[in-house]
Ligand binder design. Structure first.
Ligand SMILES: [Mg+2]
Length: 224
C-alpha cells in the first residue's frame, strides 16, 4: 500500500523556536555579562536564522574572547537543551505513522542546529526522514527542497502528500508549487491578502495532525 507523505516544517510548527530563542538570549547575555538591554539586540541577530557567521558578528560586537566556532557549538548545545516538542504533537506523529502516513521534516537552516533540535526533541526517531536546506543549498520555497525531503523519506513528489507549516511563502506557497496539499499553522495571524490561500488553516501542529487523522479515516471509509 502506498504510504502518503506528510512533510512538517520544524521552527514554529513542530517546535516553538521563538520561545526557545527568548530563553536562550537571556541565558547568553547573563553568561557573557552583557548589559540587560543587549538581550533584545542578541535576539534580533538570531531571530530570522542563525549560522556560524551570525556568531562572528556577535563575537566582534561584544569583543568576546572565544573563537566563533566555540560560540556556535555552544549555541547548538544550548538550543537543543532548551527546545521541546509538545507531548501531544509527539504522540500525534506516532499516531500518523500508525495509520500509515510517511512522515518527514522539511526545514530551512543550518544542519548542526536543526539536526540537534530534531534529536533533542525526539522528533528524529518519529519521522521517516528529514532534510535541512543547508545540506544541499536548497531552501524552501524551491521545489527542489521538497523533492529532496520526499527522497529522504523514501518517496517522490509525484506520489502526492501534504506540507504543514507556518510560513505563507516558504511552506504554503512552496508546498503548493511542489504539488502538495497545504495546511497552514495560522497562530492567530490572517492570511496575507492577494496570496492564494492554503487548503486548510489550523491554530497549531496538533490540530493539523487531527485533521490528517480525520482525513485518513474518511479515506479508509470511502475506499473500503
Ligand atoms: Mg517555520
Amino acid at each position: 500500500m502506498q504510504r502518503l507523505l506528510v512533510l512538517f516544517d520544524l521552527d514554529n510548527t513542530l517546535v516553538d523556536r521563538r520561545g526557545t530563542l527568548a530563553a536562550w538570549a537571556a541565558e547568553f547575555t547573563a553568561r557573557h555579562r552583557l548589559a540587560d538591554e543587549e538581550q533584545a539586540y542578541v535576539l534580533s541577530m538570531v531571530a530570522e536564522r542563525a549560522y556560524p557567521s551570525t556568531f562572528d558578528a556577535i563575537r566582534i560586537r561584544y569583543r568576546l574572547p572565544m573563537p566563533t566556532a566555540e560560540l556556535w557549538r555552544a549555541y547548538c548545545t544550548d538550543i537543543a537543551a532548551l527546545v521541546s516538542c509538545p507531548a501531544d504533537v509527539l504522540d500525534g506523529l506516532d499516531q500518523l505513522r500508525a495509520v500509515g502516513f510517511r512522515l518527514g521534516v522539511a526545514t530551512n537552516g543550518a544542519v548542526d542546529i536543526q539536526r540537534a533540535k530534531l534529536q533533542a526533541t525526539g522528533i528524529a526517531e518519529r519521522v521517516d526522514g528529514a532534510f535541512v536546506s543547508e545540506e544541499a543549498n536548497a531552501g524552501k520555497p524551491q521545489t527542489r527542497h521538497f523533492a529532496l525531503a520526499a527522497a529522504r523519506c523514501g518517496t517522490a513528489l509525484g506520489d502526492g502528500g501534504w506540507m504543514v507549516g507556518d510560513n505563507p511563502v516558504n511552506d504554503i506557497g512552496g508546498g503548493r508549487s511542489a504539488g502538495l496539499g497545504t495546511i497552514w499553522i495560522g497562530n492567530d495571524r490572517s492570511w496575507p491578502p492577494n496570496d492564494p490561500g492554503p487548503d486548510h488553516t489550523v491554530p497549531h501542529a496538533r490540530a493539523a495532525i487531527d485533521l490528517l487523522l480525520l482525513h485518513s479515516a474518511g479515506h479508509t471509509r470511502t475506499t473500503t
